[in-house]
Write a protein that binds this ligand. Structure first.
Ligand SMILES: Cc1cc2nc3c(=O)[nH]c(=O)nc-3n(C[C@H](O)[C@H](O)[C@H](O)COP(=O)(O)OP(=O)(O)OC[C@H]3O[C@@H](n4cnc5c(N)ncnc54)[C@H](O)[C@@H]3O)c2cc1C
Length: 464
């Protein structure tokens, strides 16, 4: 179908948030209150922190402050790939923390197991399916890169199965696939908005006080307590955890390490039984292709296909604006790529198109830290893979705030910070040059130009 026609009736909003399951908002904060712990941000990062703080110590008085609505930002509009990796993939982790990677993989798998257990314990209806991820190669050079990763993964005892062209097409039928591998344990698929709303309900059931539409304007350290100022009230607290993602950081130093990158997705109408038969996909894995500019895609509970990725857009100047959540040029490109991958679905139309902003840092995986004499902790910089990893980051923040030294807090990955991005306008020039170079590499069998090789040597990068 002509992509423009296929997109013509698509609603300009995130599919997951456009749901009758969306709860009524919790109240705004009016007046002054106190708490033992204040969590700022009602995405996965903040929700996991508040929930696990209560699970660790039920008598702790916990307040969560969300500037808009629970789950409205990245957490409610993502692909729903809940990955075990804490390092934005094995290759990135191996490159940066080789001596820790086995520990990080073990902790990541345990974290994913515990997400599954939490979903079951609180009976969260978020379509949790631990189907694993299919990594597909669409060009022979991608297969060569894969072989090495799979071998290392297997040596570490991870369950990765190599699939040749026939085997991978037997899983999911696309004429573009030349091979790939199935990472069996490392990924669960979820409906992200329903997970966020379910975690919200779990928090409330344990006594967390949640205030929505209550942005924190500033945090004052009065020596005796931390004071969080909001438009209509104040919270005085002993400790603060920041799960504020990419938004204007309440701790100034964070702004040097984070850039907002926009990622876009489409949702199709549900596939008929015949259309499902034409693609196969009986094992319902999440799928990612393996170029530097990659697509990610998956089935929903009612057999729609979410199709996203490819363009990762940094708007010069680094602003976050509602109008950036729509980009027709990218939607058309995504639709074209969809029909190339699945020509047998050429009659299928799209019902939703949307974008969202990602907290990218130069090492691609979250970083952690403390301020105000250990009374404030933060975890940010998930770079497009935070659905699972935010729960790990929440545990790191709680460990730090308790003053405990744990296996988590002693990790080099947790102690180190990424390299900062240069200030504007150099930042914009550097990022656009990197994006251009990445696209060139995909056109030339993955070969990286001098600019990318220099960044690689410096441990600096740009990804989504
Ligand atoms: C299109 C898209 C697809 C993605 N796909 C995947 C995927 O498949 N798998 C994956 O692992 N990751 C994916 N991601 C990334 C993932 O969604 C994020 O890493 C994760 O949701 C980050 O959670 P968070 O809580 O840190 O941030 P957010 O979800 O951004 O939440 C931060 C919250 O803090 C609030 N806040 C900020 N400042 C203040 C303040 N001063 N006062 C009060 N509240 C404040 C915001 O309003 C917001 O609600 C995707 C992201 C996008 C945009």
């Amino acid at each position: 179908m002509d992509p423009l026609k296929a997109l013509a009736d698509a609603e300009r909003k995130p599919y997951w948030l456009d749901s009758p399951a969306k709860p009524e908002p919790q109240p705004r904060l009016f007046g002054n209150t106190t708490a033992d712990l204040v969590v700022v941000g009602g995405g996965f990062s903040g929700l996991w922190t508040a929930l696990m703080a209560k699970e660790r110590n039920p008598s702790l008085d916990v307040v969560l402050l969300e500037g808009r609505r629970i789950g409205w930002a990245a957490s409610g509009r993502n692909g729903g790939f809940t990955m075990a990796t804490l390092t934005h993939g094995l290759a990135n982790g191996l490159e940066r923390w080789p001596e820790e990677i086995a520990t990080l993989e073990r902790m990541g798998l345990a974290n994913l197991d515990e997400i599954g257990e939490t979903v079951a314990r609180y009976d969260i209806d978020c379509g949790y399916e631990r189907t694993g991820e299919l990594n597909v190669a669409t060009e022979p050079w991608q297969l060569e890169d894969m072989q090495e990763s799979v071998q290392i993964a297997r040596e570490m005892g991870l369950h990765f199965d190599i699939l040749d062209q026939d085997q991978i097409r037997a899983e999911v039928n696309s004429p573009t696939y030349v091979g790939g591998f199935w990472e069996r344990d490392g990924c669960a698929m979820i409906d992200p908005a329903r997970l966020a709303w379910g975690l919200r309900q779990a928090c409330l059931s344990l006594g967390v006080r949640i205030y929505e539409r209550t942005p924190v304007r500033s945090i004052k350290d009065t020596q005796t307590s931390m004071e969080l100022l909001t438009p209509n009230g104040t919270v005085k607290a002993g400790k603060v955890a920041l799960g504020t993602g990419v938004f204007q950081p309440l701790l100034r130093r964070l702004k040097h390490f984070l850039v907002p990158v926009y990622d876009y997705a489409l949702m199709t109408e549900p596939l008929s039984a015949e259309q499902m038969a034409a693609v196969g996909w009986h094992n319902r894995q999440g799928i990612g292709d393996s170029a530097n500019q990659f697509h990610y895609y998956r089935l929903t509970a009612d057999n729609r296909i979410l199709w996203g990725g490819y363009d990762a857009v940094y708007y010069n100047g680094g602003k976050i604006k509602p109008e950036y959540e729509q980009r027709d040029e990218t939607f058309v490109k995504l639709a074209e790529h969809f029909y190339t991958t699945f020509p047998q679905l050429s009659g299928l139309r799209f019902t939703h198109k949307w974008g969202g902003v990602i907290d990218t840092c130069s090492r691609f995986s979250a970083f952690y830290g403390q301020a105000h004499g250990g009374r404030l902790a933060y975890a940010v910089g998930y770079t497009g893979l935070g659905v699972g990893a935010t729960r790990f980051g929440a545990n790191v923040m709680l460990d730090m705030l308790s003053g405990e030294r744990t296996e988590r807090t002693e990790l080099r990955m947790v102690k180190e910070k990424p390299l900062p991005f240069p200030p504007e306008p150099v930042r914009s020039v550097g990022i656009q040059m990197t994006r251009w170079s990445i696209a060139q590499a995909d056109r030339h069998q993955g070969r990286r130009n001098l600019w990318l090789r220099t960044l690689d040597r410096m441990g600096l990068g740009f990804d989504s």
